[in-house]
Write a protein that binds this ligand. Sequence first.
Ligand SMILES: [Zn+2]
Length: 194
Amino acid sequence: MSATCPQCSASDCTVTVPYALAATTHPPLDEPTRARLAPPPPPAPGPHKSTVATVFYALAGVFITLSVLPLARALREDLADAGAVEVIAVFLGALTLPGSLLTVGLIARAVSRRRHERAFADDYAVMNASWQRHQHVWQASWFCRRCHVAFFPDAVLRPDFLASPPIPLDQFPLWVVTATDRAYGFPPSPAASG
Ligand SMILES: [Zn+2]
């Protein structure tokens, strides 16, 4: 099958996007072009951060800093002649609060991470179905080596699917989303229709 490029009206330089990325019979595409034509990324958990843990870490840092000077002074003056047990007791006393705060921060972070992972697992089926649709649409897209544009031929996704205009590569990922909405009967996404 060949498709006619909507920009140069020729089909001698058109290939499907997956073929363009995989082909070794032509000079390979440069990296920026490959990146723009890349398939939709599979669902992955977003970055995780725990504000509660960060607050506890910060408090622990503050109390450790506040403990250092009095400890140094105590070691130099009050505890200069003290025994090891007494010195250890003073150290433990000074570090108990920062240590507790640090422990609470670690626990808060672990709990938050587990909740984050569970939310991703709960949403995975929906996100994966959406990704499969985007993947299907991406596989139906074409690329013109001469014009360096992408396009969707007439009826490539379903009989009433109208051909796209030439798509500049920096707009291609957004077009995959828009075409998915059109092909699967969702209303056009506002961001992509403008
Ligand atoms: Zn062309």
